[in-house]
Design a protein around this ligand. Structure first.
Ligand code: ADP
Length: 626
């Protein structure tokens, strides 16, 4: 027997494993099973070219055996095994481990994090075991070897006896501590669940004795031990689409993603070419309870050749599609790739792009073929698209603009931008919109009346983010967005324009007087071209609209407090009030001041802003009434 020391680097990692406070210690089983599966793969591959081996595929398997009394869990495979030299090279040193190399290169400090982020291979067994014994016999060799270690004092290697080729790994579990029980790794149900969770789709059977409790007709209990295969072996996503029913897809969804409401759509794709992968994606019917909280984590499960390597790979989904659940399985990714390395992985980027495209296509198809369904979906998740456009400073516009829906003055139903544009009046260049808290509120806004009267369709923006997104988009298919609350809409005939110019000129002094009466609250008082039956309205000039001012001032942090729209008070010359104002300008300027303040306050209220001086406003009204 020889006793050997671990290489320095391995020691550091082992130390980390033994003292690990990492909470997902259970991943050791996944690592052992995938090593076993690789070893079987290697042997199987050999047999394909060497028929004299007489290997039968149905004999290939991974076995789990539990001995509760002696606190051991044994994982055996009949794969390719290891020679003495390979044992030393593979288990004595960790220098080749990609994850460890990454740690060294970057000198990351937080051990817990590192274990969480990397595949840690064989050494992860030392998170749960106080002693690990490996008995192995390589294919083509008649000698077997035993490797043994407690992870601390190095390891021993000696010759031993073993029937058949392959590797058997015996873990003697750590003793329970106050904080942690290792019994769970000897528990039948826990082991079954772990195999299901991480290794369900390993292509060889993972077998274990399972105790079943049976009851006869008289209620007598008896126990029966059955050697069972714990994994289903063929991943659903690798099956042929034609073989699968909606029910299969939905059952898988429920089981895998713990959502009991069936999804509204699934996307199952097989891709070859620049990136080879299978993807199975679901669009849920409802948002998870934490979707709008900061606890929500987006991401798809990531598999490398049927072995799960990450529960939530965030890099596979853009934020605006964060509601999508599902998985990607690729042969191009290595099992031990770290999260940090993944982010820079070219292959993964290509997959992510493809995934994004297929989600978009699915939604586009739904919008076209099943509008009701799409509308329901949009009600639940559509807000994400507007945030997506806004937060990406417009970069996501191309992807998302045709998926957006807005309430509209057209038949009171939600419309797409494409539909709006296809209905535009001859000569209309702009896409008109108006903002407000609700459709009911918007429909009462004075600015809307005339535009609608003239036969233009107007989009109703009722969500806070709407106008921010629209501003970032700027235009849709060469049609600029234009708020009908802001500035001049240029809707009048030449004759009307001429008339307006004249009226404006005649009342220039009065407008100036009224502006001054408001003491700087408005930049200008002027004639309106968009009012029909209302006497006044407010509009804004510059980048900040009135709606944006409202949204910003409602935000919890008050840093936006002094972000204000540059307001303009617009007057309707055809309203009887206008004539009254003119008279007052000639006869009673004090009264005109009061009326101006009242009109301004009214305009604020109609816009959904609060009156700046409610007491003064109330007093002015009382005076009028008296
Ligand atoms: P990785 O699997 O990432 O290479 P591990 O530390 O898990 O890292 O394993 C190191 C090496 O040991 C493997 O690459 C493989 O060559 C060998 N090995 C581990 N387990 C087995 C096994 N059950 N049968 C044969 N070889 C194995």
């Amino acid at each position: 027997m020889q006793t050997k020391e671990f290489k320095a680097e391995s020691k550091r990692l082992l130390d980390m494993m033994i003292n690990s406070i990492y909470t997902h210690k259970e991943i050791f089983l996944r690592e052992l099973i995938s090593n076993a599966s690789d070893a079987i793969d290697k042997l199987y591959f050999k047999s394909l070219t060497d028929t004299s081996m007489g290997l039968r595929k149905e004999d290939l398997a991974i076995d789990l055996d539990v001995d509760v009394e002696n606190r051991t869990l044994t994982v055996s495979d009949n794969g390719i095994g290891m020679t003495e030299e390979e044992l030393e090279d593979n288990l004595g040193t960790i220098a080749n481990s990609g994850s460890f190399k990454f740690k060294k290169d970057n000198e990351l400090g937080d051990d817990v994090n590192i274990i969480g982020q990397f595949g840690v291979g064989f050494y992860s067994t030392f998170m749960v075991a106080k002693e690990v014994t490996v008995i192995t016999k390589a294919y083509g060799s008649d000698k077997a070897y035993k490797w043994q270690s407690n992870g601390v004092d190095g390891y021993t290697v000696e010759e031993t006896e073993k029937d058949g080729v392959g590797t058997t790994i015996i873990l003697t579990m750590k003793d329970n501590t106050d904080d942690e029980s290792y019994d769970k790794f000897l528990d039948q149900h826990q082991l079954q669940a772990l195999v299901k969770k991480y290794s369900d789709y390993i292509r060889f059977p993972i077998r274990m004795d399972v105790i079943h409790t049976n009851y006869d007709d008289d209620g007598n209990e008896s126990q029966e031990t059955v050697r069972e295969t714990l994994n289903s072996m063929t991943p659903l996503w690798k099956k042929n689409k034609a073989e699968l029913t909606d029910e299969d897809y939905n059952n898988f969804y429920t089981e895998k993603f713990m959502d009991y409401t069936p999804p509204i759509a699934h996307i199952h794709s097989k891709n070859e070419g620049v990136a080879t992968y299978n993807a199975l994606l679901y669009i849920p019917a409802r948002a998870p309870f934490d979707y709008y909280s900061k606890d929500f984590e987006k991401g798809l499960q990531l598999y490398s050749s049927g072995v799960m390597i990450m529960e939530k790979c965030a890099d596979l989904l853009p934020d605006y599609f964060s509601f999508v659940k599902g998985l990607v399985d690729s042969e191009d990714l290595s099992l031990n790739i770290s999260r940090e390395l993944l982010q820079h992985d070219r292959q993964l980027k290509i997959i992510a792009k493809n995934v994004e495209r297929s989600i978009k296509n699915e939604l586009t198809k739904m919008l076209k073929n099943d509008r009701e369904k799409y509308l329901k979906f949009y009600e639940t998740f559509g807000l994400q698209f507007k945030f997506g456009i806004y937060q990406s400073y417009g970069a996501a516009k191309d992807t998302l603009e045709d998926l957006l829906m807005f309430a509209s003055s057209f038949e009171g139903k939600p419309v797409t931008l494409d539909e709006y544009v296809s209905r535009m009046k001859e000569g209309q260049k702009d896409i008109y919109y108006i903002c407000g808290e609700s459709i009911a509120r918007i429909e009462q806004l004075p600015q809307l009346e005339l535009v609608k009267d003239k036969g233009f369709e107007v989009l109703y923006l009722t969500q806070d983010v709407d106008e921010f997104a629209i501003k970032v988009m700027m235009k849709y298919k060469d049609h600029p967005f234009k708020s009908i609350s802001d500035g001049d809409l240029d809707l009048e005939t030449d004759e009307e324009k001429e008339q307006a110019k004249k009226t404006a000129e005649e009342n220039k002094d009065m407008f100036g007087y009224m502006r001054d009466a408001l003491g700087g609250k408005v930049k200008e008082v002027r004639l309106s071209s968009k009012l029909k039956s209302h006497p006044v309205c407010l509009s804004a000039e510059g980048n900040i609209t009135i709606e944006m001012e409202k949204v910003l001032s409602a935000m919890p942090q008050n840093e936006h407090e002094d972000v204000k729209a540059t307001k303009v008070l617009e007057l309707n010359a055809s309203h009887p009030i206008f004539a009254k104002l003119k008279t007052l300008y000639e006869t009673d300027k004090d009264k005109l001041t009061e009326y101006t303040k009242l009109l301004y306050s009214q305009a604020l209220l109609i816009e959904g802003l609060s009156v700046e001086d409610p007491v003064e406003f109330a007093n002015l009204i009382c005076e009028l009434m008296v």
